[in-house]
Ligand binder design. Structure first.
Ligand code: HEC
Ligand code: HEC
Ligand code: HEC
Ligand code: HEC
Ligand code: HEC
Length: 171
């Protein structure tokens, strides 16, 4: 009697383990860091969506440099001295300002160091931000929407007849 319960228990445990492994295998493992929690609850839906602030107002280096750039705290402060100054999240923002510390935003889209990615070449070629970053203006918290793998870059370069020479992206 006792040993049959042991077998049932073992079979059950093995089943649970199999289900857990299957889930781990089938879910994309990076899913959690694709939309990390940020130090301040900054919402693109509120800023770029509801209030229609243009992407380039904040990411102003995108057309002229390889990095798009994240706005400086002074830019946030310029508006938030007057807009919702008493909200807890804006108080947090002003506390960074008082400490003269930058907001430690967590990066969402990253490439290895050996890859060269110039935003300006893509903006000049009129590739819209949303092609690579998704419908950002609807995102409460920003998340990554593309794989950023080499095959992803190459696929689009082929479609646009852009360079696929190795040294275009690896310098
Ligand atoms: C009011 C300023 C502001 C506006 C307008 C704005 N952004 Fe941002 N954006 C930020 C800030 C601040 C961050 C960093 C915090 C975060 O990730 O939420 C960010 C992060 C991002 C990121 C992720 C960066 C990373 O770490 O990979 C992308 C992509 C992005 N923005 C695209 C856009 C696009 C596209 C638009 C227009 C639809 C836009 N943003 C409009 C301020 C802004
Ligand atoms: C061009 C003006 C402008 C800039 C620049 C701006 N914001 Fe805002 N922000 C707004 C507006 C408008 C709202 C919506 C206020 C509302 O609906 O009550 C808002 C709302 C917010 C809220 C929610 C406040 C609440 O009610 O809890 C946070 C947090 C916030 N902004 C953070 C930031 C950060 C961080 C930056 C800099 C990266 C930034 N904002 C830059 C205009 C701006
Ligand atoms: C062809 C694809 C593509 C397009 C178009 C594109 N991005 Fe990006 N973006 C990327 C990649 C790839 C990264 C990661 C780059 C890295 O880690 O070097 C990135 C990173 C970013 C970042 C992180 C911080 C930084 O300084 O680069 C922001 C912000 C951003 N993009 C905003 C934008 C905005 C705004 C637009 C439109 C004006 C835009 N991007 C258009 C692919 C794209
Ligand atoms: C959605 C389409 C698309 C994606 C995705 C894309 N690119 Fe591009 N890329 C282009 C276009 C279009 C050009 C402009 C070609 C031209 O002007 O001749 C370009 C140009 C470039 C250039 C400059 C080429 C030159 O001849 O100077 C580099 C470097 C580059 N891309 C790297 C990347 C990397 C790295 C990735 C992936 C992380 C990537 N691209 C993803 C469409 C794309
Ligand atoms: C349009 C841009 C682009 C071109 C062209 C390109 N690569 Fe890449 N390559 C990338 C990106 C982006 C990554 C990093 C993606 C990742 O981590 O999977 C990468 C990664 C690699 C890696 C590292 C793979 C790994 O698993 O870490 C090697 C090796 C490589 N590329 C070789 C080449 C060779 C050889 C060519 C020419 C036949 C080439 N690449 C052309 C964008 C490009």
């Amino acid at each position: 009697m006792k040993s049959s319960w042991l077998i049932v228990g073992l079979v059950f445990a093995a089943g649970l383990l199999a289900v857990a492994l299957l889930l781990l295998y089938s879910l994309p493992l990076e899913i959690s860091d694709r939309s990390p929690v940020q130090p301040i609850a900054f919402s693109h839906k509120v800023h770029a969506g509801a209030n229609g602030i243009p992407c380039l107002y904040c990411h102003r280096y995108a057309p002229v440099s390889s990095s798009a750039g994240i706005p400086a705290l002074a830019d946030c402060r310029a508006c938030h001295l007057f807009i919702s100054p008493d909200s807890p999240e804006i108080r947090k923002l002003m506390a960074y300002w008082d400490k003269r510390a930058a907001i430690p935003w967590v990066r969402v889209n990253t490439l290895p160091d050996h890859v060269y990615f110039p935003h300006m070449m893509h903006i000049r070629a009129k590739v819209d931000c949303s092609v690579c970053h998704g419908a950002v203006a609807t995102m409460e918290r920003i998340g990554r929407t593309a794989t950023l793998k080499m095959g992803w870059c190459l696929g689009c370069h082929r479609r646009h007849k852009a360079s696929i020479d190795c040294w275009t992206c690896h310098i």
